[in-house]
Design a protein around this ligand. Structure first.
Ligand SMILES: Nc1ncnc2c1ncn2[C@@H]1O[C@H](COP(=O)(O)OP(=O)(O)OP(=O)(O)O)[C@@H](O)[C@H]1O
Ligand SMILES: [Mg+2]
Length: 249
């Protein structure tokens, strides 16, 4: 009964996935990590891909982010097919379209927080002062500006993940991907990081696709795509997603 079907057809999805397969060969056996998956994601959505260990969540996320090619099927990001791109085209695609948040933060230990956040802008040839200025702005947005000159080992896990989120945002990506972003955090800092991500999606009109095996964590998302054995078994919408769908693109 929600406005779902009626409103959605007026908007173009930012991610379109059609009949996607990923088959890994291990000796003589073939693992169907993704077994015919189709769905759409719209700008401004916070989407959780939920499922048990081994269900294919990371495989799916890595293909959406252009880290791994599918065996078969289509992936379009902002109307551009990425399933047929070469490795160098994918590198360029990722640099200008994608931000990634990792479970283990992946900060460089030899750089302080602001240098870590500024890193992706180096590849774009942004001058150092401008890079650091933007990095500080993002550290402020995620609430760790006072740690700007701290090295990763001088910060808590929750603070490091905030730096990781700032780094994912710094290049103004079209989409942010996160694989178990709170997997290394205790439940309190995990919840704080999730609330932060939820706020950023809403206030900054970002699109965030997060993988988790945990239903409570998935509860922070506007839309939950459940997978099992490489297949979608259910798609659920939260209240905010229904509101979003009622808006114009
Ligand atoms: N490089 C690979 N080679 C062979 N099989 C793989 C490879 N990567 C993943 N798989 C298999 O594909 C299936 C899906 O793996 P995937 O990593 O996507 O699961 P997941 O849902 O992310 O699990 P987890 O919650 O444990 O991270 C599993 O059966 C896994 O063993
Ligand atoms: Mg995984």
């Amino acid at each position: 009964m929600s406005g779902d079907k009626t409103v959605k057809k007026h908007k173009k999805p930012i991610i379109e996935v059609r009949d996607l397969y990923k088959i890994y060969r291990l000796g003589d056996t073939r693992v169907h990590a993704l077994d015919g998956v189709s769905f759409d994601i719209y700008k401004g959505e916070f989407v959780a891909i939920v499922g048990a260990s081994g269900s294919g969540k990371s495989t799916l996320l890595n293909m959406l982010a252009g880290l791994e090619p599918p065996t078969k099927g289509e992936i379009s990001i902002a109307g551009k097919r990425i399933d047929r791109l070469s490795e160098s085209e994918l590198v360029a695609f990722r640099r200008s379209n994608v931000g990634f948040i990792f479970q283990s933060y992946n900060l460089l230990n030899t750089m302080d927080a602001e240098e870590n956040v500024a890193m992706p802008l180096m590849f774009r040839g942004v001058p150092r002062e401008e890079r650091l200025k933007k990095a500080r702005k993002l550290l402020e947005l995620v609430g760790v500006l006072s740690q700007a000159r701290h090295m990763p080992n001088q910060m808590s896990g929750g603070q490091q993940q905030r730096v990781g989120i700032a780094r994912a945002l710094v290049s103004d990506p079209r989409i942010i991907f996160a694989d178990e972003p709170t997997g290394n955090l205790d439940s309190k800092s995990g919840m704080e990081v999730l609330s932060l991500m939820q706020r950023l999606v809403r206030e900054e009109k970002q699109t965030l696709v997060m993988v988790t095996h945990d239903n409570t964590i998935a509860g922070y998302a506007d839309k939950r795509i459940r997978i099992s054995d490489g297949k979608i078994i259910d798609v659920e919408y939260g209240e905010f997603a229904k509101e979003l769908e009622g808006r114009d693109a």
